[in-house]
Design a protein around this ligand. Structure first.
Ligand code: AMP
Ligand code: ZN
Length: 119
């Protein structure tokens, strides 16, 4: 669903609104970053737009500047986490790609050696 006014049933809208607690590490006018509840690396932060878009393509169509802000935010968070320029960004899109929360988000992973291909 694409709904920039927020989705009452959306977990990440509730985190953005402060209705559900999260370990927030970044906030800007358009983006929020918080630690993943089930971290897959020493640093695992989710960077989300404040606006509700189900996936990255919808965000890029609706708010292209905010889509860019996600990547700027990821670099800032990586720097503050001491990752330098070495980290992985993942955007799962669709259920078959293991997207489970349909408020688009960038996984920022770092702090360990990565392997490829991903599972
Ligand atoms: P995805 O599978 O790409 O949709 O990613 C959703 C991510 O959200 C998973 O890595 C979950 O561990 C994470 N997650 C679920 N609930 C919470 C929560 N309340 N706070 C932080 N992260 C969460
Ligand atoms: Zn949402």
């Amino acid at each position: 669903m694409t709904d920039t006014n927020g989705d009452v049933d959306c977990l990440f809208c509730k985190i953005v609104a402060g209705e559900i607690a999260a370990d927030i590490v970044h906030e800007s006018a358009t983006t929020v970053g918080f630690r993943d509840l089930n971290p897959q690396a020493p640093t695992h932060v989710l960077v989300v737009p404040r606006s509700h878009y189900a996936n990255a393509a919808d965000l890029a169509a609706g708010e292209p500047e905010t889509a860019a802000h996600l990547f700027h935010a990821a670099r800032e968070i990586a720097a503050s986490e001491g990752l330098g320029d070495s980290y992985r960004l993942v955007i799962n899109t669709g259920a078959d790609a293991q997207q489970t929360v349909f408020h688009t988000h960038v996984h920022l992973l770092g702090g360990r050696a990565m392997t490829w291909p991903p599972g």
